[in-house]
Design a protein around this ligand. Sequence first.
Ligand code: NCD
Length: 304
Amino acid sequence: MINQLVSAQQLMDKELLQRLFKIAEDYRTNHPDDYPKLLKHKILASLFYEPSTRTRLSFETAVMRLSGRILTAENALGTSSAVKGESIEDTIRVMNGYVDGIIMRHPEVGSAKRAASMATVPFFNAGDGGGEHPTQALLDMYTIFRSKQSFDGLNIALVGDLLHSRTMHSLLQLLSMYKVNFYLVSPTALQLPDEFTSLLKNAGTHYEKRERWDDIAGQIDVVYSNRIQAERFDDRAVYEKLKDSFCITKETMKSVKKDMILMNPLPRVSEILPEVDDDPRAIYFEQSKNGVYARMALLTEIYG
Ligand code: NCD
């Protein structure tokens, strides 16, 4: 049993994933009135030092669906004592005394590990800069599983800013437990960091680095795209040059498999045109909804 989730590595257990998918599926099919009051009398804090829509609100929905309560520090970099120079470590020590769990997003890579080392209550990394985003990986795996029923044999293209995309960094770890083929599609300047390619190598996972995917479009089972992560660039000019590297259009969808699924953790900027949204293979809004069930499952595993 885990009580701190810092990296997707901690979810690298096929049985655990299957159990979580099953719980998520049960929540999906049950009426909210029938949900267990698992978090009754529990208070969780969401400490967000970086913008978020889906992660914070779906986590908070998940907590409240299980009868827990939430304390939110949104825009915590601007409104909490971080402004006065308080360290993450001190903030977490204080929160330990207030709440029964901490959900944190912070712009620095490694911040989640530092925070978790001080937490005496369950801790959830909701994104540490361009590092990891393990709960997103859980809902992404759940989404793939619902569509494909299995992971082995899938051809998966990760398309976009592989250097900075924390959702991809976490997702590829979980997928590396299975026999998937990865196409790592990015501009050269935004390739996957070495630590993650090493991880794929060590897992014996087949991967190919590429700059485009149109020539292999007909072979891909899952396209996972993500915006170029503007906030991670030191040089705005570099971002401007790369921001429109990929754009999936109605035309693109004509060249892909009939049962391909198109995922995106959202927000979507220019990497998928809205004209694609009505295509049944475009499942990103469904994917974001799965975030509530997947996070409810995780909370159930930890507090149940
Ligand atoms: C992602 C994130 O914050 O990393 N969003 C999310 O959590 N659903 C992806 C992104 O911001 O591009």
